[in-house]
Ligand binder design. Structure first.
Ligand code: 1QQ
Length: 397
């Protein structure tokens, strides 16, 4: 069983690349195509791939793990990848390909909230479930009945890192906030950061704006440093965020730095190198999370990548897991291979919202509108070797 599945999965990955050669592009129902296709629409190219490539890794580990365990009650599933790149147009194309050409039962994606706000409404209109693996802005599940997420929102995650910074340095008083004004997630996260700063009785001395495409932050960094902050908080993405950290340090800023979820990848380490040291980032996943499924996920990740699994990989794994377990439950009621694709998508959407899932993130479930319900959150701090060549995320106690 195990080897047959692995073989079929490998064959289908080839077919996904050569759809015409394999003749699989026009299959209208699942009864003629036994293998169940789940779509993955994340950024595999562009700067956003600094985040998206970790999602591909987590999803692929889930594909092998759950197919080795028998797939959907004995029927294997396959992941169909469509690259969204970093923008909205690419995401819309990827969603349309998955919905109309690949005829997937549900989609995991996209990488950014900025992309989700334009592509998710297309899935909603086509009545196909979407599980956001990393969309944390306010308002994502509210896009529609078919839109849910496994990524806890900024309102739940972001305050943890500010509180951790205050614990590390109880003398913090003056806070400078930076955010990328062309990114929906960054705008949403900075609102939460600014609110937390005020709730903690700190003084917000400046709010500096930039673009995710910026590489030069000299003027914003200088403006902020002149106001003598003892905490800097950044909401941006990986490349811009890493460059901003580096330039703040080069210009002499010595205080603590909190980075938001867009900096939550070891792919920023080559950008700020030794100057990344000490950055605090809240986490919705810990590699130390107890339980069998996280142990299996962690081992598979460490074996392949020789480092601890990052949050974005764990969330992508969890999203695939939700589809697999919801499909299994549904299949026990009515054989999923005998349902027409549209009926299957609708039933799957209903089913997944009612389940409880024991994932590497801990036990998760959903509210009726598709907001994730999750218990455990953490804060990590980047520790770099002094020559800046290597570093890692260490979890605070
Ligand atoms: C969002 C995010 C991203 C920074 C994660 C990749 O949280 O866009 O909502």
């Amino acid at each position: 069983m195990k080897n047959a599945f692995t073989h079929i999965t490998a064959l289908l990955s080839t077919c996904a690349l050569l759809l015409t050669a394999c003749g699989g592009s026009n299959t209208s129902t699942n009864s003629t195509n036994k293998i169940i296709p789940i779509g993955i629409a994340v950024a595999q190219t562009s700067n956003v791939a600094l985040l998206g490539q970790e999602q591909v890794a987590g999803a692929k580990i889930a594909e092998k793990y759950f197919n080795d365990k028998g797939g959907i009650n004995g029927t294997p599933f396959k992941l169909v990848f469509q690259d969204t790149a970093g923008d909205e147009a690419g995401t819309i194309n990827a969603f349309q390909a998955l919905i109309n050409k690949d005829k997937v039962v549900g989609i995991v994606g996209p990488t950014l909230s900025q992309q989700a706000f334009s592509a998710d409404p297309i899935a909603e209109r086509s009545k196909i479930p979407v599980l956001g693996p990393s969309n944390t802005a306010k308002g994502i599940p509210e896009i529609g009945d078919y839109i849910a997420r496994v990524s806890a929102p900024v309102s739940v995650v972001a305050p943890n890192s500010v509180k951790a910074a205050i614990k590390l340095n109880p003398n913090i008083k003056r806070v400078a906030v930076f955010y990328a004004q062309n990114d929906a997630f960054s705008k949403s996260e900075t609102e939460i950061f600014q609110q937390t700063v005020k709730e903690q009785g700190l003084e917000l001395v400046t709010v500096q704006r930039f673009q995710t495409s910026d590489t030069d932050f000299q003027s914003q960094a200088t403006n902020a440093i002149n106001l003598k902050p003892d905490l800097v908080i950044i909401s941006g993405l990986a490349a811009d965020g890493g460059n901003l950290v580096r330039q703040l340090r080069e210009l002499g800023y010595k205080g603590l730095i909190v980075g938001g979820n867009g900096l939550n990848t070891s792919n920023i380490l080559p950008v700020c190198k030794a100057l990344c040291d000490g950055v605090l980032i809240a986490q919705a996943y810990s590699p130390e999370h107890p339980g069998e499924i996280n142990a299996a996920f962690r081992k598979a990740y460490v074996d392949q990548y020789k480092k601890e699994p990052p949050q974005f990989s764990a969330q992508a794994f969890a999203a695939v897991q939700v589809y697999v377990e919801a499909l299994k439950s549904l299949d026990q009621k009515s054989k999923v291979n005998q349902l027409q694709i549209q009926e299957l998508r609708t039933e799957l959407n209903k089913q997944l919202l009612t389940g409880k899932y024991n994932t590497p993130l801990g036990e998760i479930g959903f509210t009726p509108i598709g907001e994730v319900v999750q218990k455990d959150f953490y804060v990590a701090q980047i520790k770099m070797e002094s020559d800046g060549s290597k570093g890692k995320f260490t979890f605070l106690k």
